[in-house]
Design a protein around this ligand. Structure first.
Ligand code: URA
Length: 246
C-alpha cells in the first residue's frame, strides 16, 4: 500500500490511474506497486571599484574544482548560444548528491532566473522528486547545454560538444550514484545514441567511459503534453528510488 504521503505526491504529479509498463494503453488502469529497494539490473560546472572584464575561457584550463568549472562556464564563448542568452545556467543543488538530473537546456524562465528547471517543467520535476522523498536541494540539476537556445530550439551538435567538457567535469566532481537523463536531447547526448526515448527508458544504461548508471525518462515538458506517459515516468522514479536505496 502507498502511504498517505505517497498518495498525495502521486496525486500532485497528476497520476490517478495506473498502466502496466508492458501494456501501456490509455485505458488500462492498475494500482502502482509500492516503492521497494530491490536494485534493477544494468543492461549495458568594492562596489566602488569597477570589475575588470573577464578574459574568454581557455580550453586548456583544468576543470577539477567547482570554482574552475563555474568560472569557466561564466567566461565561455565557445558557441553562439553564449552571445544570445541572458545568463549562463550552470546547475543547482547538492554537489555531493547521489542523484544528478540532466535536462536539455535552459528555457525562457531558466534563462531569466539562472537556475535550471524553474518553469512549468521544473514544477512538475519538483513534484516527481517529492514522490520519491527528495527535494531539489537534495539533488544536483543541470542541463546538457548551459545557455538557452534561441526560441527553445534543440541545441546543435557543435553547441552540445562545446558544453560537454563542463558537463563531464560536473559529473566527475559529483560522482553521482545514478544519473536521471530527462528527455531525448539529454539521453541522446549522454548515451551517444539516436534510439527513441520510448526504447531507451526500457532498460538501464551506463554513461560511456564510466561506471555510472543512467536512467532515461521522459522530459517533464513531454509529460505535461502527454499525461498518460506519467505512469511510465512513475516506473522510472521507482527504479531510481531502488538504485538510490541499494
Ligand atoms: N527544460 C530543460 O531541459 N531544462 C531546463 O532547465 C528547463 C526546461
Amino acid at each position: 500500500m502507498l502511504s498517505p504521503r505517497q498518495q498525495h505526491c502521486l496525486k500532485a504529479i497528476g497520476i490517478r490511474r495506473w498502466v502496466e509498463r508492458a501494456s501501456v494503453t490509455e485505458s488500462a488502469a492498475i494500482a502502482p506497486a509500492p516503492l521497494t529497494t530491490e536494485s534493477p539490473a544494468i543492461v549495458t560546472a568594492s562596489p566602488a571599484i569597477e570589475e575588470p572584464a573577464l578574459p574568454p575561457a581557455t580550453l586548456d584550463i583544468s576543470l577539477d574544482s567547482w570554482d574552475a568549472v563555474n568560472h569557466s562556464i561564466q567566461r565561455c564563448e565557445a558557441c553562439q548560444l553564449t552571445s544570445n542568452c541572458t545568463q549562463k545556467v550552470p546547475g543547482v543543488g547538492d554537489q555531493k548528491s547521489d542523484l544528478m538530473i540532466i535536462g536539455e537546456g535552459p528555457g525562457h524562465d531558466e534563462d531569466i532566473k539562472g537556475e535550471p528547471f524553474v518553469g512549468r517543467s521544473g514544477q512538475l520535476l519538483d513534484k516527481m522528486l517529492a514522490a520519491i522523498g527528495l527535494s531539489r536541494s537534495q539533488v544536483f540539476i543541470t542541463n546538457i547545454v548551459k545557455c538557452r537556445p534561441p526560441n527553445n530550439r534543440d541545441p546543435h551538435v557543435d553547441e552540445v560538444q562545446a558544453c560537454n567538457r563542463f558537463l563531464r567535469a560536473q559529473i566527475d566532481l559529483i560522482k553521482p550514484k545514478v544519473i536521471l537523463s530527462s528527455g531525448r536531447i539529454s539521453a541522446h547526448s549522454l548515451l551517444n545514441t539516436t534510439q527513441p526515448v520510448g526504447r531507451l527508458i526500457e532498460t538501464m544504461h551506463q554513461l560511456p567511459d564510466s561506471q555510472i548508471p543512467v536512467k532515461v525518462t521522459y522530459h517533464p515538458a513531454y509529460l505535461l503534453r502527454n499525461p498518460s506517459a506519467k505512469a511510465i515516468a512513475w516506473q522510472d522514479l521507482k527504479t531510481l528510488y531502488r538504485i538510490l536505496h541499494s
